[in-house]
Ligand binder design. Structure first.
Ligand code: AMP
Length: 542
């Protein structure tokens, strides 16, 4: 009798990103990648060219001494050269570390130093940002992408020097599939920003997951307009799923105003796009103003996530004939939960369908989710709340340097910091978050950092900063301030005090002065009580 151990069920090889590059060159070399440049002109290239340049980049980085495990950072908009970094850096075994260009320079300095990035690749148009923290960081080399078309200013080295010359293939090293491929920092939990690490295997499987019919259904028939910044959550993995699937890729560069994005969706015939609700609310405004100006493809579907979309967004998308895919994701989780209806729900009354789509939905295949309360997993009764925890093949297994291990349960589930309920259909609904953060237009603001800064102001006794719902930004910060006895403080002086310390969009939009801030039984600021108190706050028209 044959021994079971003599059988090999499958002949496996490591799931590394070189597989994506090889499929891309073998089948999709002719497919184009379009970038809108800073001067608004369109630059067109192909996957074949991207392949050549990514290989050249990998060769150059290796020649310059980049070794497996080293970090190479990018500070870039969405464009084809950033795609080359996505493809060319991880195949060397090094870690592509995308930097968020919306952060304050002091946060960027902290992150670059914490990650010990060796090299940085930066857009020439972002040099003014880099120069604000350049003196504070230890980088060995800085390469500048001449994205604007101008020559690279002295004394910087040009990125083009790395990728020019006749094509010579880069010999892929044998990398185990759990080699880290990418890292994105997140403030999506409390404390200092932390680096979420993704392995090659995680990226390949997440890219596969985006190609499923019941997720984003990315395919060779798609033209993807990638609005989600490539520095966020690996650009929702689209930089890998597009070349794997053979989809055309359209990259908006720095032009993210609604008219520019809409114009590109229309002129390039996009069939798939995605982004945070704020971006899509703006796009819908522009579309509704002049629908005849922007004919859209009938197949257009749009993934919206990063914050809960308001009901109006769902209805307006429907009216515009755009299919909305509502999804929940996280830097640590990549692709997560989506609210595709089950077929029988499509016969339900409209109101009920809308209610289901507004929930975050069900985990995508191979991702597992559970909601845990003080008594263990909560029942699917749509009202018992608990913490949402997830696990799966592409969920980050640790933060860089092993920080904050408590974000994972002892049995390997990632604690999301989101509070949720679930129903008998298996649909999850996010109802709150335990993280003391504000999400404005898809970007995090730390309420604790703002509070700490406010409390260093001599005339302030106590301060709490809370997230208050906002029609355009989804949430904005509101500061509740208790002045010291006998002192009067004004909104203007507090704003002036905070201004140099934070990015402009972090500053609270409103300050409310009070005699006392409610406290919890353990003496902490009772943010829940405050949030409830200010939930119907009327912001001035923006
Ligand atoms: P980030 O790591 O910046 O992508 O932020 C992830 C967090 O954004 C989640 O933990 C949620 O708090 C929030 N989030 C993402 N998608 C949604 C959604 N569809 N609805 C509600 N909150 C969301």
């Amino acid at each position: 009798m044959q021994m079971v151990s003599e059988w090999r069920a499958t002949l496996t090889y490591p799931l590394t990103l070189s597989r994506v590059l090889e499929r891309m060159i073998r089948y999709w070399g002719h497919v184009d990648v379009v970038t809108r440049r800073p001067d608004r002109s369109l630059h067109r290239t192909t996957y074949a060219d991207l392949y050549r340049r990514a290989h050249a980049l990998a060769r150059a980085l290796t020649r310059l001494g980049i070794r497996p495990g080293d970090r190479v950072a990018t500070l870039c908009w969405n464009h084809s050269m950033h795609m080359e970094c996505y493809l060319g850096i991880p195949i060397t075994g090094a870690i592509l570390h995308t930097l968020n260009l919306r952060l304050h320079p002091s946060d960027l300095a902290y992150i670059v130093n914490h990650a010990e990035d060796r090299f940085l690749i930066v857009d020439d148009v972002l040099l003014p940002l880099f120069e604000q923290f350049k003196q504070e960081v230890r980088l060995e080399r800085v390469f500048v992408i001449p994205f604007s078309g101008e020559s690279v200013p002295e004394p910087y080295e040009s990125y083009e020097e790395l990728v020019k010359g006749p094509f010579e293939p880069f010999p892929y090293p044998d990398l185990p599939e759990d080699t880290p491929a990418m890292m994105c920092y997140t403030s999506g939990t409390t404390g200092r920003p932390k680096g979420a690490l993704y392995s090659h295997r995680a990226m390949v499987l997440a890219a596969m997951a985006t190609m499923l019919a019941d997720t984003f259904a990315v395919s060779r028939r798609d033209t993807i307009l990638a609005v989600v910044p490539m520095f966020h959550v690996a650009g929702w993995v689209l930089p890998f799923s597009a070349p794997l699937a053979g989809a055309r890729l359209v990259l908006p560069g720095p032009h993210l105003d609604p008219e520019s994005v809409l114009e590109l969706i229309s002129s390039e015939g996009a069939t798939f796009s995605g982004g945070v609700p704020t971006v899509w609310l703006g796009i819908l405004d522009a579309l509704e103003r002049s629908p005849e100006k922007y004919p859209l493809r009938r197949e257009l579907r749009v993934a919206v996530g990063g914050s809960a979309p308001p009901e109006s967004l769902l209805r307006r998308m429907k009216r515009a004939g755009i299919r909305l895919i509502h999804g929940w994701g996280m830097t640590e989780v990549l692709i997560g939960i989506q609210s595709h209806l089950k077929p029988y729900m499509e016969t339900w009354p409209e109101e009920q369908q809308v209610a289901m789509q507004l929930k975050q939905g069900m985990p995508v295949p191979l991702l597992e989710a559970r909601i845990v309360g003080p008594e263990g997993e909560v029942p699917p009764d749509d009202r018992t709340m608990g913490e949402l925890q997830v696990r799966g093949p592409w969920v980050a297994g640790s933060y860089f340097r092993g920080e904050a291990p408590e974000a994972w349960t002892p049995d390997g589930w990632f604690r999301t910091g989101d509070v949720a309920v679930w129903d008998a259909e298996g649909f999850i609904k996010i109802v709150d978050r335990t993280k003391d953060l504000i999400k404005s237009g898809g970007e995090w603001i730390s309420s604790v950092d703002l509070e700490n800064a406010l409390m260093t102001y001599p005339k302030v006794k106590e301060a709490a900063v809370i997230a208050v719902p906002h029609p355009k930004w989804m949430e904005r910060p509101l500061a509740v301030v208790v002045p010291r006895e006998g002192e009067t403080v004004t909104e203007e002086e507090l704003r002036e005090y905070l201004r140099p310390k934070f990015a402009k969009w972090w500053l609270p939009d409103a300050f409310v002065f009070t005699k006392e801030i409610p406290k919890t039984s353990t003496g902490k600021l009772a943010k829940l009580v405050l949030r409830e108190q200010f939930k119907d706050w009327k912001w001035p028209e923006s």
